[in-house]
Design a protein around this ligand. Structure first.
Ligand code: ARG
Length: 460
């Protein structure tokens, strides 16, 4: 059986259940690459500072690289008795290279080691997630460009409000994701700080060079306070909060796609490859992908609260509680990446049902505000215009028709300022084209927004 690396002061073996209960290797083995990367940098710094010989450094480096190969080729035996990824790797190293392996842990502790590993892992994952968001944003830009003239009802309170273009709606999603990507870049500023060298909690008596290790590992700088460094998990919470916001956004997009693809709305068709059928109802084509993304949002919110609660009230410095940070973090990363990937693949495959969107926009008096604005241009104060149009809408409701179906005589009964040029402003094209300023839904503005967005992305 594997000897515990800390067994010196113990006379009784660990209770078998406690051993399994306290072990984290089953899930923290995911960190092996970062653990090895951190150890190689640590050994390199120890040798530069004269704490290890160059031969010892080389033996450690070669040994760790071999272990990495073994893990990656599936030839590494993980042991629960060795508790976590750190002691599994170190123990194998010593078995492979002898005494030099026992010197690796000089001037460090698992407390600063694990904090370093997670930060290296987070840094990589943040980069991957940001790239995945970008891919989804590109898909939105392309689809928005394709649908820049597509007219649909815009909603408030899920009631028809004013005509908008589908391209404008997709660009709203783009903006949400742009903030998300920026938030992750900001979070990474606090992720990319190096705790290594804080040792267990107080620092170490060896003449270490933390700036050098930080440089080797690509960290912006070493952390300032050893007590804070081994206990801080703010960066994990911040990341989870950013992830929760992304999922909240994806859940809103999901909800809209689900509603729009229903027979009652009939605005879009999701590609068959992103839907599933029913085992009993032969006609069904269900929007499982957006539903599942909407559902996964719940567990990501849960992980955020879980991590906040994990840290609440913890005294300085490291506590074993912190081992519980990994599973929520890993699950957040996995499900977030999966949700972004499936969205980036699904968006370009959406087909719009233009005729049906158009017909829906004709219902619900979407151009009522345009009529009011028309009266204002003719000299009616806005509040009076609002009243006049309200009455015209009431007539439309009674007759079961749109404002544009009312005759000129009928309209003029409400205001003598209405003339036959009114029908132009009651068209859907006229309505969207009139919102012609930065941020507005006019197709020309949507195209300009897409162009600016492309330039912004290219400039990064
Ligand atoms: N597996 C531990 C964790 O994930 C590593 C640090 C353990 N340190 C300790 N003193 N028990 O937090």
């Amino acid at each position: 059986s594997d000897k515990k690396l800390w067994s010196g002061r113990f006379s009784e073996p660990t209770d078998a259940f406690v051993e399994a209960f306290t072990a984290s290797v089953e899930f923290d083995q995911r960190l092996y690459r970062y653990d090895i990367q951190g150890s190689i940098a640590h050994a390199t710094m120890l040798a530069k500072s004269g704490i290890l010989t160059l031969d010892e450094r080389d033996a450690i480096t070669t040994g760790l690289e071999q272990i990495r190969d073994q893990i990656e080729s599936g030839n590494f035996e993980w042991s629960v008795e060795l508790e976590d990824v750190h002691m599994n790797v170190e123990s194998h190293l010593t078995k492979a290279i002898g005494d030099a392996g026992k010197k690796l842990h000089t001037g460090r502790s698992r407390n600063d080691q694990v904090a370093t590993d997670i930060r290296l892992y987070m840094r990589d994952e943040i980069e991957i997630i940001r790239t995945e968001i970008l891919r989804l944003q590109q898909a939105l830009l392309d689809t928005a460009e394709r649908e820049a003239d597509t007219i649909m009802p815009g909603f408030t309170h899920l009631q028809t409000a004013q005509p908008v273009t589908f391209g404008h709606h997709l660009m709203a999603w783009f903006e949400m994701l742009d903030r998300d990507r920026e938030r992750l870049a900001d979070c990474n500023k606090r992720v990319n700080i190096m705790p290594l060298g804080s040792a267990a909690l107080a620092g170490t008596t060896y003449p270490i060079d933390r700036h050098y290790t930080a440089e080797l590992l690509g960290f912006d700088r070493p952390s300032e306070n050893s007590l804070d460094s081994v206990s801080d998990r703010d960066f994990a919470i911040e990341f989870s909060a950013a992830a929760a916001l992304i999922m909240m956004h994806l859940s809103r997009m999901s909800e809209e796609l689900i509603i729009w693809s229903s027979a009652q709305f009939n605005f879009v068709d999701l590609s068959d490859s992103f839907c599933t059928g029913s085992s009993i109802m032969p006609q069904k084509k269900n929007p499982d992908v957006p539903e599942l993304v909407r559902g996964k949002t719940g567990r990501i919110f849960g992980h955020l609260i879980g991590l906040l609660t994990l840290m609440k009230g913890q005294p300085l410095a490291y506590n074993k509680d912190n081992q519980e940070d990994k599973e929520p973090l890993f699950d957040t990363v996995d499900n977030l990446k999966g949700s972004l990937k499936v969205f980036a693949d699904m968006i370009p495959a959406i087909t719009c049902k233009h005729q049906s969107m158009r017909e829906a926009t004709m219902k619900g008096f979407a151009t009522a505000t345009d009529l009011a604005d028309y009266l204002v241009r003719k000299g009616t104060p806005f509040r009076d215009a609002h009243e006049v149009v309200g009455k015209a809408v009431a007539l439309g409701v009674t007759k079961g028709c749109d404002l544009s179906d009312l005759s000129l005589n009928e309209l003029q009964a409400f205001s003598d300022q209405i003339t036959d040029d009114v029908y132009e402003v009651l068209t859907l094209e006229g309505s969207v084209a009139a919102r012609d300023h930065i941020g507005g839904t006019a197709p020309a503005q949507v195209r300009a927004a897409i162009e600016r967005a492309r330039q912004r992305l290219a400039a990064e």
